[in-house]
Design a protein around this ligand. Structure first.
Ligand code: XUL
Length: 533
């Protein structure tokens, strides 16, 4: 018998899938499509639609649906065989919301009645575009929601996070305030994860406790909807949200629609989760003490958290962990986008960017950049703008080092509340292939850093979750350690050691970086040499 599992990753810029075989303990296939390239009709740039207001960032949900067809058809023509797939699950960019009218239920259940997913799904939306995690246009709603539930601390203790602009609750409230009749015409509000799972399942799928925690709507202790938050957000919201369930819930068989790609009729469709909870599994963080840094569109710093405790500064988040317990996370919006902006400004290739890191000293001779190209989540910056201290705009190499050092120093500065001084960091996401960046990571955190064989930890985590749920459903539950151990492989020889001299430089520099942040964002004393770029 062959036990194969498929994990999708619906991320900001692309849809990917990883097919694993649990018998041979191998990754059989891995494919990815970029929305901009493969679905140009939706006119996205890096997967998103911008508006004149830089704080408003949406994506078209119909594009995500169509991407499933494009990806699976591509995998089939590349010879991938789905006939032994036992279960499917997935990962969605967190926080984004999809608004469906009353016809969605019938549409999901009759996906195989003719046409492709784009044809079938186009009539189901009560809102054509979905606000995503990059949207930061809901400050007024955040303030109102924090207040309605008894203040920032009460919101953080109740839901795992203070109200954040990108979180789904504030986004729903804004939609209700601005488009009341469209809100009333909305029968169901999904997350990206539960929307995609609904297509795979041919019925409304529930929301898991990992992704549900990114909404400011779920009680983080009880792991169920928080009545007071629902009530404060918008009328009748309880009726519009799918149920919240544990991350190993089987939704049902995969929709008959997918037999066209060769999926067996009895393959199971497992609830999806957010990209960060999936990545936690995909890098094997099923125990405390280590952390992972994902260098993707956003950079995230996260770890497993056995006991619930929230960030007193209100910058970090607690989500449900798919393996039980919790995960702690901080999200930095200026991740790949910021690295790319600096690289592009000097017309560098990634190879030249790495050379710039190699040719500049740790600490950059005290030159510092605050890389807020986009509104930033941590620290909170709503009005974007890059500020530098002692850094010459014409010095390309120093600017490349400055953006990477800023990202690592900011992580060090803002992760203290998690209470973990990691000795080991697992690096994942696209930019984790760059060893020069990983050296800065090792030196700033004074920790050894490992890379992983499988770069897409979110899709791998989803496939591993599908496997765990399948065996549990058959009454053959396997320990998480056993599920992840053979797949979560560190790249041989990838271990990066911190360099003692650089560690000393950064131990001093983190204070200077904090002073620059204090000066630029909160009117603290001027450290000197400051410039807006
Ligand atoms: C996490 C966050 C991002 C998104 C997109 O809170 O906003 O990491 O999940 O990747």
């Amino acid at each position: 018998m062959v036990d194969r599992f498929l994990g999708f990753d619906a991320s900001t810029q692309s849809l990917s899938a990883v097919l694993i075989d649990c018998d041979t303990q191998t990754v059989i296939a891995e494919h990815s499509i970029s929305y901009d390239e493969m679905l140009p009709l939706y006119c996205t740039e890096n997967g998103v639609l911008r508006s004149e207001d830089p704080t408003v960032v949406h994506s078209p949900p119909l594009m995500w649906a169509e991407a499933i067809d494009v990806l699976l058809a591509g995998m089939r023509s590349a010879g991938v065989d789905f006939s032994d797939v036992k279960a499917v699950s997935g990962s969605g960019q967190q926080h984004g919301s999809v608004y469906l009218n009353g016809s969605a239920e019938q549409t999901f259940s009759s996906l195989d009645a003719g046409g492709n997913l784009a044809d079938r799904m186009k009539g189901v939306f009560s809102r054509d575009t979905s606000p995503i995690w990059m949207d930061s246009s809901t400050s007024a709603q955040c303030e109102a929601l924090n207040e309605a539930v008894g203040g920032r601390q009460a919101m953080a203790e109740g839901t795992g996070s203070v109200a954040f602009e990108r979180f789904t609750g504030p986004q729903i409230r804004k939609f209700y305030e601005e488009s009341e009749s469209a809100y009333e015409n909305t029968a169901t509000i999904h997350l990206v994860s539960s929307f995609m799972a609904s297509i795979l399942s041919g019925r409304h799928a529930p929301i898991d406790t990992g992704d549900g925690a990114g909404m400011n709507l779920m009680d983080i202790s009880k792991l169920s909807w928080h009545p007071k938050c629902l009530e404060a957000t918008a009328p009748d919201l309880a009726k519009k949200l799918p149920p919240v369930v544990s991350s190993d819930t089987v939704v049902g068989p995969v929709s008959a629609y997918f037999t066209r790609y060769g999926f067996p009729a009895d393959a199971l469709s497992v609830v999806w989760s957010g990209d960060n909870p999936n990545s936690l599994i995909g890098v094997g963080l099923v125990e405390a003490g280590r952390v992972a840094i994902s260098l993707g569109t956003s950079d995230t710093y996260f770890g497993f958290m056995p006991e619930l405790h929230v960030d007193p500064a209100g910058e970090g988040h607690v989500f449900g962990a798919p393996c039980g317990g919790y995960m702690s996370l901080i999200c930095f919006k200026n991740g790949s986008l910021a690295r790319e902006r600096v690289r592009d400004r000097y017309g560098y290739s990634w190879g030249e960017f790495s050379k710039a890191l190699a040719s500049t000293p740790a600490g950059n001779e005290g030159r510092i950049m605050l890389p807020y190209f986009e509104p930033e989540i941590v620290p909170r910056v709503l009005d974007p703008g890059v500020r530098t201290y002692g850094l010459d705009e014409k010095d390309a190499d120093a600017n490349c080092r400055a953006v990477v050092e800023a990202q690592m120093l900011s992580m060090k500065l803002h992760a203290g509340w998690m209470g973990v001084e990691p000795l080991t960091i697992y690096a994942t996401g696209g930019a984790s292939a760059n060893r020069r960046i990983l050296q800065v990571m090792a030196d700033v955190h004074n920790a050894e850093v490992y890379q992983f064989e499988q770069g897409n930890s979110a899709a791998l985590g989803a496939a591993l979750r599908a496997a765990h749920a399948y065996f549990k459903d058959r009454g053959e539950e396997r320990a998480w350690g056993e599920i992840v151990e053979s797949f979560v492989m560190q790249v041989a020889g990838s271990r990066m050691e911190p360099h003692a001299d650089a560690v000393r430089v950064y131990a001093d520099m983190v204070g200077c970086y904090a002073a620059c942040e204090e000066h630029a964002l909160r009117g603290g004393p001027d450290p000197g040499g400051g410039r807006d770029v």
